[in-house]
Write a protein that binds this ligand. Structure first.
Ligand code: MG
Length: 255
């Protein structure tokens, strides 16, 4: 069931997503070689409180009986695709490919965004992977217009990623977002044009390509959360929350 949002609800979601993107920008400034991922998590927790919001991820369970996510932010390094758990033992170093995925709850609505960046000097392939994933997200967003089908969003992302020789992850997908972190519809990063649900004014979706330098397959680590590439290749992840409006896609999480 897809919940359409009113103008007032979209305004609240705009604030929620601004909180997300402002905090992400601050965390990016602090991320440098020698800083542990748990230091970033601590700062994220402090900043959320200062802005009067709550963590969307801490304690989140995929379903009843699964391990609750133990931190405020997901930090995934190098071959980690998504859902990396911050730890004092994980110290970022020069040459790392770092992904931050972050969400908050503000006035009962969720904001959700993610970004990947290189710390210091990385290989040309790593830089191209990051740039391609960011570009794939933008091409998906451009298709998020009233009357278009969701498959156009998915196909645009897949085409861009695969045109560079990369692959898109199948196990994790984007999603509707609103009073819940994950609502209908699912937003895959692969698909066929002119298929899927028709986009309507008031839908809000999180589009989040996860692109691997190698094969698309992922596997789950023993911590119950961290997903890594099965072949050990690098992975990148970008996400924006977007409202579908008559005036075109409104990227709520863009500063
Ligand atoms: Mg998301």
């Amino acid at each position: 069931m897809i919940f359409l949002k009113s103008h007032q609800e979209i305004e609240i979601m705009r604030v929620a997503n601004r909180v997300v993107s402002e905090i992400l920008a601050e965390l990016r400034e602090v991320a440098r070689p020698g800083v542990s991922t748990s230091e970033i998590d601590r700062l994220a927790t402090e900043l959320i409180r200062k802005k009067g919001a709550r963590s969307a991820f801490k304690g989140y369970q995929i379903r009843n009986g699964t391990v609750p996510f133990p931190a405020t932010i997901c930090i995934s390094l190098n071959n980690e695709v998504v859902h990396g758990i911050p730890s004092a033992q994980r110290v970022m170093k020069d040459g790392d490919v770092v992904s931050f995925d972050f969400g908050v709850i503000y006035k009962d609505f969720y904001g959700d965004a993610a970004m990947t960046f290189a710390l210091g000097k990385v290989s040309d392939d790593a830089a191209r992977l990051i740039a391609t994933t960011a570009a794939a997200l933008e091409e998906g967003i451009a298709q998020a217009t009233v009357g278009n089908r969701l498959g156009n969003v998915s196909a645009a992302i897949q085409k861009r990623a695969e045109s560079e020789g990369f692959s898109v992850v199948r196990e994790f997908v984007g999603h509707g977002v609103g009073r819940r972190l994950h609502e209908d519809p699912a937003v895959p990063n692969y698909g066929v044009r002119d298929r899927g649900v028709r986009l309507r004014e008031g839908m809000v979706i999180a589009i989040e390509p996860m692109v691997n330098a190698g094969k698309p397959d992922v596997q789950l680590q023993d911590d119950g959360w961290t997903a890594v590439t099965r072949d050990g290749s690098l992975s990148a992840h970008f996400e924006h929350s977007i409202a579908i409006t008559e005036k075109g896609p409104l990227v709520l999480s863009r500063l």
